[in-house]
Design a protein around this ligand. Structure first.
Ligand code: ASP
Ligand code: MG
Length: 437
């Protein structure tokens, strides 16, 4: 059994839905996880925003506009009047619920109820489309099978049991469809796994049900070895270790939601990234296998701020780093990169919200210098320390780029450089040229 997830653009129009229909038509007993049609989640958030501003009129106008889009999709998607009518009934029903919701006072819970309608609509459209094609698909509501606990973490035992139960109740099904992203919380209220969370749903279901593979279908041919927006001639990476993929997802490669692969990794279920626009392309396979002696990819993470704390008192002192870290903990700001010397420490953050307060407190420990508009360039591959030459090759590539920080040895899979924003493209291109040519 496989779990196959299709993102918003993959189901973004009637044509795209038909296209995905073809790709899954002969999936025997697989689970298909869908995002909302692209643009819908944002529209729903706008509607919820109008409710928050007490602008019911605007909320209704936005709902009307979205409903007309769905009406057009229905008209295009189904061939028979019978299925057009069926789909219209379901979608209109969801819009009736939506309008009823907008009459409530705003709350975070209400926003979650509103935003959940996106995935409900895309999955219903797909399910009916498959039925019209004569495929016996069964729609399993994610709200019945996916739950998070009081800490917002997936309740794995619940998901495993309930998902199994739901599948077993429909042994006659050719395939199963469910919503990505949406779930319930410990109180039974509608909740979600955060923006982009459909990948996470797929990873959780695949991991907990022991799937043979989790397929994440997007509109690019797998993970590329560098950022195609800045570097020409990038190529898809065929194989990645889970750890390599995690570093890439975290440090910029937008294709995968960073937390998404965690469950798959823990339960050792391979993840394959595939392209709906080019289904025959090989894509990228992520699994627990490391290709030795290879540098796989380069990624960049923007909007980084570097902070240096220099202190004579750090020399031979213990407890200095603890004091530094406590300040970041207090202001709930996570640290990405860190380097130390005997007289100081440099670290980076990607969230400046509490920077003035952090800076004020750090100043009590030493002299603070701040560099804004920096970029982390992350080189990923087999960078185990006993290998020779790989760190050197990356450094050599950046010979003519001013580098503010270097971090190596934190994992076996990565070396990171901090450079100025204006040097980013140059650094990415030089790394591609020297490492992949
Ligand atoms: N529809 C949700 C979003 O736009 C979840 C997802 O697409 O993964 O964030
Ligand atoms: Mg080495």
């Amino acid at each position: 059994m496989k779990v196959k997830k299709f993102g918003g653009t993959s189901v973004g129009s009637a044509e795209r839905i038909r296209n995905v229909g073809k790709l899954i038509a002969d999936c025997k007993k697989d689970i298909v996880v869908l995002s909302a049609m692209s643009g819908t989640t944002n529209s729903l958030l706008e509607i919820s925003g109008a409710v928050e501003n007490n602008d019911r009129k605007r909320a209704f106008e936005l709902a009307d506009a979205l409903q007309s889009k769905y009406a057009a999709t229905i008209d295009d998607l189904y061939t028979s009047e019978e299925y057009k009518a069926k789909a219209k009934e379901v979608i209109d029903g969801i819009f009736d619920e939506l309008r009823a919701l907008t009459k409530n006072n705003f709350s975070v819970g209400l926003e979650k109820e509103i935003v959940a309608r996106g995935e409900m609509m895309s999955t219903n459209l797909m399910n009916l489309h498959l039925h019209e094609l004569g495929i016996n698909s069964v729609l399993i509501p994610a709200l019945d099978i996916v739950r998070i606990d009081m800490h917002g973490e997936p309740d794995e035992a619940f998901i495993r049991t309930e998902a199994k139960k739901a599948l077993e109740a429909h042994t006659e099904a050719d395939l199963y469809i469910t919503q990505g992203f949406i779930c319930r919380n410990e109180k039974g209220e509608t909740d979600n796994l955060q923006r982009g969370g459909s990948d996470y749903t797929a990873s959780l279901l695949g991991a907990l049900l022991g799937a043979d593979e989790i397929e994440i279908w997007t509109d690019i041919d797998g993970m590329h070895n560098n950022d195609p927006r800045f570097v020409e001639g990038t190529t898809p990476v065929r194989n990645l270790h889970f750890e390599e993929a995690a570093e890439l997802a975290y440090f910029g490669a937008k294709i995968l939601h960073p937390t998404c692969i965690l469950p798959a990794r823990q339960h050792n279920v391979p993840v394959r990234l595939l392209n709906t626009m080019d289904p025959a392309a090989e894509g990228t396979l992520i699994e627990n296998k490391l290709e030795r002696n290879a540098i796989k990819a380069v990624a960049a993470k923007d909007n980084i701020t570097a902070i240096k704390i220099k202190s004579g008192r750090m020399l031979l002192a213990y407890g200095f780093l603890k004091k530094v870290f406590e300040i970041f903990e207090k202001y709930e700001t996570s640290i990405d990169m860190i380097t130390t010397s005997e007289v100081g420490v440099s670290l980076t953050i990607d969230n400046e919200k509490n920077l003035p307060r952090i800076e004020a407190e750090l100043s009590q420990l030493g002299t603070v210098t701040i560099d804004r508009d920096m970029v982390i360039i992350c080189v990923v591959g087999d960078l185990e320390w006993t290998n020779r030459g790989f760190e050197a090759a990356a450094l050599e590539a950046l010979r003519n780029v001013p580098v503010r920080m270097i971090s190596y040895g934190g994992s076996n899979y990565n070396i990171s450089f901090l450079v100025r924003k204006e040097d980013k493209t140059k650094a990415l291109r030089l790394l591609s040229y020297h490492l992949f040519n």
